[in-house]
Design a protein around this ligand. Structure first.
Ligand code: SAH
Ligand code: SF4
Length: 364
């Protein structure tokens, strides 16, 4: 059998995609191995959310190429880097990539790897089930909508079947995955079914119903990633409260505490609305814990604005915060409008203040 090595960068969505990619190559006669130097095929599943992630992917392409003097190894690049290039209708971005990396044999679109194939899942831990792809939110700093396209929800029944299947296979935990899980199914909704939540117009979501159907199965724990504040409805809070097997650690990114920064990020909510939402969640769901994502050093974030982020952290007492230093991404609105004005040293200082406060629980 031929051998494939798959390297995954980035988020849990990429991890789940890599399980499908593994199956895709299994069907073509490849089995996976751990040592890339002995592989016939190296597949690099890329992340470009920040420049540092993008550079790690480039580093690996160059490393494999340097070793590959006799051209024995084929290199395939997939994931978000490829996504952005293939979605550019003019073909310019793909040509740029091809010219920059002539050693890459194929830029594989993740859309070509169907959800219909039963993924070779990682047997340890929880089963990852993708419920939607893409994102319609266009937060001004974020490249995901360009890399993954518009939000498309998988059919409801197909997801329930997948959940039953993984439980039959012996998994006890399920993670439902999407860039914006709690807007799941709004692409099926009757387009007249609009409501406004936290300043954003939304089509009604089927996520509470989906989560409930999964929680009713014989499953020890159901988690979901990522949810967005403006789609966190009362109905969703009710469902979580009702089923103890739904994970009590909720991931709810807030990104920044200052209202002006939030507006420029196109997040569509103000600081107080986020605090009120978490207050409501804590009141209705016993023993709930919250984790979050934050960006430090977004353009225009002065000391006063940063202290608003610190204030949110102090008030909410997050369990964990994933703190990201702002990285301008080509093609996003924030990169076009404002560049990158906060020095790296200042981003590091702010990162450490939040890390000490939230993750190390050091109170200053
Ligand atoms: N769809 C999810 C995850 C988005 S990407 C969500 O909206 O929560 C994961 C995290 O990366 C984001 O929450 C954000 O904190 C961070 N991120 C995205 N773009 C970034 C950028 N340009 N610079 C720094 N951090 C960024
Ligand atoms: Fe990016 Fe915002 Fe979509 Fe999350 S919700 S993937 S941060 S655009």
């Amino acid at each position: 059998m031929k051998k494939v090595y798959i390297k995954t960068f980035g988020c849990v969505q990429n991890t789940a995609d890599s399980e499908r990619i593994k199956t895709y190559y299994w069907d073509k006669g490849y089995e996976e191995l751990e040592d890339w130097k002995k592989a016939d095929l190296v597949v690099i599943n890329t992340c470009i959310i920040r420049e540092s992630a993008e550079n790690r992917a480039y580093g690996l392409i160059n490393k494999v190429n340097k070793f590959n003097t006799n051209q024995k190894i084929k290199i395939v690049v997939t994931g978000c880097l490829t996504g952005v290039a293939l979605r550019d209708k003019s073909g310019k971005k793909l040509n740029e990539l091809k010219n920059r990396f002539p050693m890459v044999d194929e830029f594989l679109s993740i859309d070509k790897v169907s959800y219909q194939i039963d993924p070779l899942r990682n047997k340890r831990g929880a089963a990852l089930i993708i419920i939607s792809s893409g994102c319609n939110n266009f937060c001004s700093y974020c490249i995901v909508p360009m890399a993954r396209g518009k939000e498309i929800s998988r059919p409801f029944d197909e997801i329930i079947l997948d959940a039953k299947k993984v439980l039959d296979q012996g998994f006890r935990e399920i993670v439902l995955i999407g860039q914006n899980v709690n807007s799941y199914g709004s692409d099926f909704s009757d387009k007249s079914d609009i409501f406004v939540h936290m300043g954003k117009k939304r089509f009604r979501s089927l996520f509470p119903k989906l989560l409930e159907e999964v929680a009713k199965l014989k499953v020890d724990k159901v988690s979901f990633l990522s949810s967005n504040p403006w789609d966190f409805s009362d109905e969703l809070i009710e469902v979580i409260a009702k089923y103890p097997n739904i994970d009590r650690l909720l991931h709810l990114p807030f990104q920044a505490g200052d209202d002006e920064v939030l507006k420029n990020m196109n997040r569509g909510y103000a600081k107080q609305e986020y605090l009120d939402l978490v207050g409501k969640i804590k009141k209705n769901i016993k023993d709930v814990k919250i984790s979050t994502d934050v960006i430090v050093g977004f353009p225009g974030e002065d000391e006063k604005a940063f202290l608003e982020t610190v204030d949110v952290c102090k008030k909410i007492k997050f369990d964990i915060a994933y703190i990201n230093k702002y990285s301008p991404r080509k093609g996003t609105v924030s990169a076009k409008l404002w560049g990158d004005e906060i020095p790296q040293s200042e981003k590091k200082r702010r990162w450490k203040i939040l890390d000490d406060l939230v993750n190390k629980k050091i109170l200053s």
